[in-house]
Design a protein around this ligand. Sequence first.
Ligand code: ZN
Length: 246
Amino acid sequence: MSMRIKACPCALPRRRFLGTSLALGAAAFAAGGTFSELAYADAMSKAQREKLTPDDVLALMKKGNKRFSRGTRQDHNYLAQQRASAGGQYPVAVLLSCIDSRAPAETIMDLRIGDVFNSRVAGNVESHDVLGGMEFACKLSGAKVVLVMGHTACGAVKGAIDNAELGNLTALLAKIRPAVDATAYAGERSSKNYPFVDAVARKNVELTIANIRRDSPVLAEMEKSGAIRIAGSMYDLQTGVIEFFA
Ligand SMILES: [Zn+2]
């Protein structure tokens, strides 16, 4: 495990120094190697991952988003991460998020190369292909969390609200329509009303999770036994903050 902490904290901006100190304190507290130490490794090892519970993995992602949204992200050496992970991967989670260019999961959770599997589909809807990837990630590869992440001002959600039609997009948006119909909302139900768009996006995450459980007995059984957690979240494009539903 390589350590890449700046030699002299006094050279760092105050906010950065505070963030580093807190992370170091957590690492020192967590003797024996837990997720708190991962901030300074170039890649996840199998032994490190085995010590993590699904709740630890969620905590890791929450802490990473806090670093991102507060401007205290790690000083990534991507070349070192690429080299450290080239011989094998031990991702802790599999994500399902939107293709939106402003919501790159690894960046907004301050993660490293090799930390998570990442499925990206417009509107973060599930399909048999996506489920196949998730089952590989969890059952065969050892990931401990399935995280579905929606985001605010989602164009796919707007398209579903507007009943937009275009080539293959029509069928994709049809998968989001149930969320539009299921969203209880007293105000203007239009794609121009962002609170409604975001309420639909949230409902879409909830329904996607329900669909994952329904369509993948493999994942449903793993969740039931406690081997994995299936969780939802919403990313706010304005604040940079991810709200985890659990
Ligand atoms: Zn989107």
